[in-house]
Design a protein around this ligand. Structure first.
Ligand SMILES: Cc1cc2nc3c(=O)[nH]c(=O)nc-3n(C[C@H](O)[C@H](O)[C@H](O)COP(=O)(O)OP(=O)(O)OC[C@H]3O[C@@H](n4cnc5c(N)ncnc54)[C@H](O)[C@@H]3O)c2cc1C
Length: 445
């Protein structure tokens, strides 16, 4: 892992920490613009793939295959050095990063330019029972586990003779009514409602779906009227929305809410916002009040001419809204990555970086098959047109031609065949059957 080209000539290393939205798009553009003798691009991420998060709700609902909503880094970034590892520390004096691979001893690598793109993590609270029973909705593993779990609970409910077990299995609580939470509950309820067709003894009205939101409205990213419309639409489908309400406890899955509601739920999904990845505290860079890396409008980290940052983990002044910072969204992340890549290339070639400026164009959300809301370029859309816009927008955005075709193929298949409603929860315990067999053999021996 030296920093020389094929002829033994030393070349700078651009180290990109994080292979998500910002990391992957930045690396992709730098590789496109710089010749292989100009720099070595190294991308470090504990996952070998980038996740296209806006498609997680559709993956959970079974409308998209899980493999089609992730982008393999080694396939897309062919000329880069991709390390499946975490960066745990940065030493600015020696310009080295501490690498913790997924297996084996840690080691260090040197760098000349550093891009910090580690994104955000779920913002949790010390609520009793939450760490034990809650699940987030940020990663493909969580989306697919939730799908399997919900269908597994339907299997339990369809089979048990115990009314308490059945009621618990069919109670699903989501906490946090931002985009991720609303899309997740809407898509999963839609999937479960559809699945009721193959469970003769479960009717949609037997299930209890509950959205708990601490503030007075959901979907703060769209105008209030669209948020209110969404509440009405969800309630029409039997999804209960409790505003100005907090989760107080969920010990042993006994959910207690601040309005006095008590219930027992099989499923508790936490989607109450994100916070900057705390690993940046060990990167020796200036942090804002809430823990973001402080970047200037050129996406350069304040006080360092070789360190850059963007995305959910960075605080970047929003030049289109003076006095504000860019919101944590894919919309900004993708565009920031483009500018960041151009600025790193400029720095490597001895030119000055340029400022990032983008006016947020709005938001689109899917609320299940053929349902959605959109607030884009001051145009508000609801129902099928919004859902269609959601699909076409994200299809145009999902990285690589290969992935676009796979996504379109999934959607096209869904036009002709009903989506599969099979829960494969046991995939998380692949050794069970063999262990049982081996146990029997031991007994027999
Ligand atoms: C369910 C859901 C739906 C969404 N829908 C939309 C939408 O419709 N529109 C929209 O604009 N935005 C949407 N977003 C938000 C959007 O996905 C994020 O804003 C975007 O992913 C931020 O990009 P990022 O590169 O900063 O972080 P990420 O894409 O999260 O990438 C961070 C990467 O850093 C890696 N990493 C973490 N720690 C380390 C470490 N120590 N060393 C190395 N690597 C590390 C992680 O593994 C990850 O791959 C959605 C988010 C979710 C969860």
């Amino acid at each position: 892992m030296g920093k020389t080209n094929g002829n033994g000539k030393a070349i700078p290393r651009i180290l990109i920490v994080g292979g998500g939205y910002v990391g992957m798009y930045t690396a992709h553009r730098i590789l496109k613009k710089l010749g292989k003798d100009e720099a070595l691009v190294t991308v470090v991420d504990p996952r070998s793939y980038m996740t296209y998060q806006p498609f997680l709700p559709e993956a959970a609902a079974g409308s998209l295959s899980p493999r089609h909503v992730v982008v393999p880094l080694r396939r897309v970034l062919k000329r880069a050095e991709v390390l499946t590892a975490r960066v745990t520390d940065i030493d600015h004096e020696r310009k080295v990063a501490a690498i913790e691979p997924i297996a084996g001893d840690p080691y260090e690598i040197e760098f000349d330019q550093l891009v910090i793109a580690v994104g955000s993590i779920a913002r949790t609270l010390p609520i009793p029972g939450l760490a034990e029973h809650g699940i987030g909705f940020k990663q493909i593993e969580e989306a697919i586990a939730l799908r399997n779990h919900v269908l597994g609970q339907m299997d339990i409910a369809a089979t048990t003779k115990d009314e308490k077990v059945r009621r618990r299995a069919l109670t699903f609580v989501f906490v946090g009514g931002g985009f991720a939470g609303i899309e997740a509950i809407a898509e999963l309820e839609d999937m479960a409602r559809d699945a009721c067709k193959i469970y003769p003894n479960i009717r949609p009205e037997d299930m209890r779906w509950l959205m708990v939101e601490g503030s007075g409205r959901i979907l703060p990213e769209v105008r209030p009227a669209l948020g209110e419309y969404t509440v009405r639409e969800l309630e029409k489908r039997g999804i209960q929305v409790k505003l100005n309400t907090f989760l107080e406890s969920c010990v042993n899955r006994r959910v207690q809410l601040s309005d006095g509601t008590k219930l027992v739920a099989s499923t508790i999904v936490w989607t109450a916002g994100v916070k900057p990845n705390p690993v940046v505290q060990r990167f020796g860079v200036p942090l804002g009040e809430r823990g973001h890396v402080m970047a200037d409008p050129t996406l350069q980290v304040e006080g360092f001419d070789y360190v850059w940052s963007a995305g959910d983990g960075a605080q970047v002044p929003d030049l289109a809204n003076p006095g504000k910072f860019c919101s944590p969204s894919a919309q900004h992340a993708v565009r920031q990555a483009k500018q960041l890549a151009d600025n790193v290339v400029a720095r490597v070639r001895g030119f000055e970086p340029r400022e990032y400026k983008h006016k947020h164009v709005g938001s689109v959300a899917s609320l299940g098959l053929h349902k959605g809301v959109a607030d884009v370029y001051n145009v508000r859309l609801r129902g099928w047109p919004a859902w269609f816009m959601h699909r076409t927008y994200h299809m145009s955005r999902v990285p690589t031609f290969n992935r676009k075709i796979r996504v379109i193929a999934d959607w096209t298949l869904a036009l002709f065949f009903r989506r599969e409603a099979v829960g494969l929860g046991s995939i998380e315990r692949p050794r069970d059957e063999f262990a049982e067999a081996a146990g029997d053999l031991r007994k027999a021996a």
